[in-house]
Ligand binder design. Structure first.
Ligand code: AHG
Ligand code: MN
Ligand code: MN
Ligand code: MN
Length: 331
């Protein structure tokens, strides 16, 4: 069947989506259209990021978001672009965004999907030309169509995701996503305006020798985290921390490694948000053969309490996350 028939490197994203849609005989094409809408917004945001130094859209926007963070202009621009693309695409009834306190109703009450999105991840890196990203998570609504989405539509556990992905605006711009049948990576060719399959069927290494954690907070780490970080040093791992979750995650996905954002003094529940940072990356890493938890519980099975809920995350190579969990259990 098509699933086995690997599509060749160089296949365009459009063709890939179409061929994979054929694998789902009852697919009506809405999810395919939704993925295309996200890719379109990514192309637009990519262009604005690449010229942000030239037109005055770098720097702070002068607003604080619900997270209490100083919004960067590109945070706001990316948020507007993705919400507009999803609204115009017609498939999404409701959106949760890091940059908006309340869920956003698109007006597409017939839409069958809900999207949780981090429109721009790694905002502190925008003005210093370091890789940043977008992270998205897609659910089917549970409430009947014909009316706006509800919080029950939005607060579903990660196991209910139908798709998840990220865009990394780095030395090249890539779209990496899963619909539950493996993970595929597409590289953007700006001169053609197309994403091309460049990393088919990504499998993350079972183990690795990279650990990513902000050790500036190590005085407030719990004993299990302190012990695991020491274990990494004793094993002569490389410390790699870019400060953009998408960039750190993507490197570890391809090379093997573990990313940890634990509970710290400043962030007692961790800093990363469950709905639009932890769950989508946890879905991707599991589809690629890796593992993700809060140190104790599988990330995807955490019951969301509110759309901006934070949780600790230990994510990456199966063996490394299991080792970290063993240290957490001995605390
Ligand atoms: P965002 O820019 O979407 O708010 O996310 C920032 C996150 C993540 O990208 C990064 O890994 C982490 O914050 C860095 O946090 P610290 O500066 O506390 O290490
Ligand atoms: Mn932010
Ligand atoms: Mn983020
Ligand atoms: Mn963000």
């Amino acid at each position: 069947d098509h699933n086995k028939l690997a599509l060749p490197v160089g296949t365009t994203l459009d063709r890939f989506i179409m061929r994979k849609q054929e694998d789902f005989p009852y697919a009506t094409g809405e999810l395919s259209q939704l993925l295309r809408d996200i890719a379109l917004a990514a192309k637009i945001v990519n262009r604005e990021i690449n010229r942000s130094g030239l037109i005055d859209i770098a720097g702070a926007y002068g607003n604080r978001n619900v997270q209490g963070e100083d919004q960067q202009k590109l945070d706001v621009i990316a948020n507007i672009r993705f919400i507009r693309a999803l609204r115009n695409g017609g498939e999404v009834c409701t959106i949760i965004s890091e940059e908006d306190e309340d869920m956003i109703q698109t007006g597409n009450d017939q839409g069958k999907y809900v999207v949780a999105i981090d429109p721009l991840d790694g905002s502190s890196n925008i003005d210093v030309n370091v890789s940043i990203g977008t992270i998205f998570s897609i659910y089917r609504r549970v409430s009947p169509t014909g009316r706006p989405g509800t919080s029950a539509d939005c607060l579903q556990p990660g196991t209910h995701q139908v798709a998840a992905g990220y865009v990394i605006y780095g030395s090249s711009t890539m779209l990496v996503y899963t619909t539950g049948n493996g993970v595929n990576g597409f590289t953007y060719e700006p001169s053609l305006g197309e994403f091309f399959l460049s990393h088919p069927d990504i499998q993350t290494p079972k183990t690795g020798a990279i650990y990513s954690i902000n050790e500036g907070a190590s005085d407030t780490f719990s004993p299990g985290v302190v012990a695991f970080v020491k274990h990494c040093k004793d094993a002569s791992f490389s410390a790699r921390y870019i400060g953009s979750l998408v960039a750190d995650f993507h490197r570890n996905l391809l090379k093997g490694g573990i990313y940890i954002y634990p509970a710290t003094g400043k962030a007692p529940k961790g800093k990363l948000r469950l709905m639009y940072e932890c769950n989508p990356l946890a879905f991707i890493v599991e589809q690629a053969g890796g593992r993700s938890s809060d140190g104790y519980q599988r990330t995807l099975s955490i019951e969301p309490k509110d759309c901006h809920a934070r949780c600790p995350i230990f994510i990456g190579s199966q063996d490394l996350v299991e080792q970290a969990e063993a240290f957490m259990a001995q605390e």
